[in-house]
Design a protein around this ligand. Structure first.
Ligand SMILES: Nc1ncnc2c1ncn2[C@@H]1O[C@H](COP(=O)(O)OP(=O)(O)OP(=O)(O)O)[C@@H](O)[C@H]1O
Ligand SMILES: [Mg+2]
Length: 623
């Protein structure tokens, strides 16, 4: 059907010299000549009037056709990079809809026009600057100094406001674009609307762009939501910004372990599994002792070993369930210890362990203590190896200014920064901006971002289990390839159920493949995003991913053959000529990949709401 419809589609060549204008001039001249003949009494009045009207009608008709050709050629100069006041955004927003920018719905006819243009040099068709004024585009066209090919946005004369139903964005939105293509601009537009909608807005910015932060701050203040919460892991000033507790929300030690292990990207292996169970045991032990786990505390205990926590846990058992002579009872199960081999406290601990394992009633034994005992009895060398590999992660997360801001101590009087956690941010409907400063330390930025995303999964899961999905959480992750981890994949997969609307921006698939270990893994993650906004993309794998998502269409191709033939066999020269047109339909990418690399700044193709293909441009919000 589509094949046929592409042949039925009117085939015109809008991009050419406007010959109609010449014809219109001739008709106009003819009409003037008719008027002259009448004035000279050469022609009867009725006759000249009739011919005059005919000439004028044809002059208008041909003039209009020529005007349309010239207008289409003016449109080839595209739209300039536009600045827009924030107040305008409010007028463009509609309840329950997301405004994506200005543009048009991309149809097969636009692909056809692109193919026509690819056969000629579009620059040769562009009008001189002064002519754009005739079409009301005096200052709208793209200036020569701007990046990108202007004609892509000029394929459609009627630009509209692009709105899509907000629910379409539940399944995650991916913004792809090379550096300086306009990811920041697109994100500013989307988060400004989220702020105005009164969503909880969380922006994770690994690079820490001051321009984007300023825009975020202004969006919050202009919407009457006050200054946003500002988290910066490298902040040494204990009076500015906030402290964040990423381990505040948990129900089990396993969640804490998962959150911390999310720092390590890739598939779990034997090492990560053992490290996970090790962190889980320590976290569970702290929880059992009614001590809130923090990164610093976990780091300290994992470094020192399980002995201290185990001793406290066993003391609790002994206090509650041991008889006066528990030591004697416990000692009877132990082999004699050589004098001086162990310190007094080590000997005492062994005694306690023996009491727990051999004397204490099985009903009084707990899973947490059992787990701690496994670590206690584990080969010390192997345990040391595992913890030696975990320690750099903890050292990274707990040393320097990050130690104070990421493992906040409420008793630290010298630190006046308020302590927040993601749950309290969601409950108070606040806006959070996290600069991760990846330019100064990529490892720390990536680790902090990963843990925060892990925390968000925990909070969203908890809210979902409690049936609290009334608050919409808009999560934005810029340079997502720096922080992509299992929690982010989970948020993209299931976040919508917990009320999280996620938008991730990144430059290339190759960056993500590097982090996740393979191109397939990267594609799998990106495949989880229901919506795609493609800005200028330069590298081939990214372009291929985008064009595959957009799909194909039929375009028609006209092959023209001209032939001449001269023959002298009859003694007289004889000439023959022929012309043939062959029109065929070919299936092509609806947006040829090379045009993705030619988009001007802030212009995009969007695949939203399960198949709606849009061409748009998003202005920069200036104040
Ligand atoms: N407020 C503004 N005023 C003027 N120009 C701007 C403004 N914000 C962005 N731009 C311009 O828009 C273009 C895109 O900038 P943007 O920050 O969106 O890039 P990006 O895709 O996020 O790049 P990167 O990957 O380097 O972060 C740049 O040329 C930039 O100079
Ligand atoms: Mg950016």
């Amino acid at each position: 059907m589509r094949n046929e419809s592409s042949l039925i589609r009117r085939h015109s060549l809008p991009y050419r010299t406007a010959y109609e204008v010449y014809a219109a001039s001739v008709w106009l001249f003819a009409s003037a000549y008719m008027a002259y003949l009448h004035a000279q009494h050469v022609m009867p009045r009725e006759m000249s009037a009739l011919l005059y009207i005919v000439c004028i009608v044809f002059a208008v008709k041909r003039g209009h056709e020529g005007w349309l050709i010239l207008r289409d050629r003016s449109l080839l100069s595209g739209r300039r990079f536009e600045l827009m006041p924030r107040s305008k955004l409010q007028t463009l927003m509609r309840p329950d809809y997301l405004w994506l920018g200005y543009g048009f719905v991309w149809e097969p006819k636009h692909t056809q026009k692109l193919h026509e243009l690819s056969r000629i040099n579009p620059a040769s068709l562009m009008l001189p600057d002064f002519m754009h004024r005739f079409f009301g585009r005096g200052d709208q066209y793209q200036k020569n100094e701007e990046i990108g090919m202007p004609y892509i946005h000029g394929l459609e004369p009627n630009e509209i406001e692009l709105h899509r139903f907000l629910k379409n964005f539940e399944g995650g939105t991916l913004i792809l674009g090379t550096t300086q293509a306009g990811k920041g601009i697109a994100l500013c537009n989307l988060f400004s609307q989220a702020v105005l909608r009164n969503d909880v807005v969380i922006f994770i910015d690994p690079k820490g762009s001051p321009r984007v932060y300023e825009s975020f701050r202004r969006a919050c203040t202009a919407a009457g939501r006050g200054e946003p919460l500002n988290y910066h892991p490298g902040n040494r000033d204990k009076t500015k910004g906030i402290r964040l507790d990423p381990l505040a929300t948990f129900s089990t030690g396993a969640q804490i372990a998962t959150r911390i292990m999310s720092v390590i990207p890739g598939k779990p292996d034997a090492f990560t599994q053992f490290a996970w169970s090790c962190i889980k045991t320590f976290a569970d032990a702290l929880i059992e002792l009614k001590i809130k786990p923090s990164l610093k505390l976990l780091s300290k205990h994992i470094n020192h070993g399980i002995d201290d926590l185990l001793r406290d846990l066993l003391l609790d058992r002994i206090e509650h369930f041991a008889s006066e002579n528990w030591r004697e009872e416990a000692r009877s199960f132990m082999a004699p210890i050589k004098e001086g081999r162990l310190t007094e406290s080590q000997e005492e601990l062994l005694l306690m362990v023996s009491f727990y394992e051999h004397v204490l009633d099985k009903k009084q034994q707990t899973l947490v203590v059992d787990e701690c005992l496994k670590v206690f009895h584990h080969s010390k060398e192997h345990y040391a190896k595992i913890t030696a590999s975990l320690m750099p992660i903890f050292a990274m997360l707990t040393s320097g200014p990050l130690g104070d801001s990421f493992s906040p101590d409420p008793k630290d009087a010298a630190d006046s920064r308020p302590i927040w956690n993601l749950e309290s941010i969601i409950l108070t409907r606040s806006c959070l901006y996290c600069h991760l400063d990846s330019l100064s330390d990529n490892m720390i930025a990536s680790a902090v971002g990963s843990i925060l995303l892990g925390d968000l999964v925990g909070v969203a899961g908890k809210r979902y289990n409690l049936g609290k999905t009334d608050i919409r959480i808009s999560l934005f992750v810029d340079e997502a390839s720096n922080v992509c981890n299992n929690p982010l994949i989970e948020i993209l997969n299931k976040g919508a159920e917990g009320g999280i609307y996620t938008t991730v921006a990144m430059q290339t698939i190759a960056d993500l493949a590097l982090r996740l270990g393979s191109q397939d893994a990267a594609r799998m993650v990106l495949g989880n995003c229901n919506n795609l906004i493609a800005l200028r993309c330069k590298d081939r794998p990214t372009q291929d991913f985008v064009t595959e998502t957009f799909g194909k269409t039929y375009i028609h191709q006209v092959d023209t053959t001209l032939s001449t033939h001269a023959d002298t066999h009859a003694g007289l020269p004889s000439f023959e000529g022929g012309a043939s047109h062959k029109r065929t339909a070919v299936r092509e990418e609806i947006i040829p990949s090379e045009y993705l690399g030619k988009l001007p700044n802030g212009q995009f193709f969007a695949f939203v709401g399960g198949g709606h293909l849009l061409k748009g441009r998003v202005p920069v919000i200036t104040d």
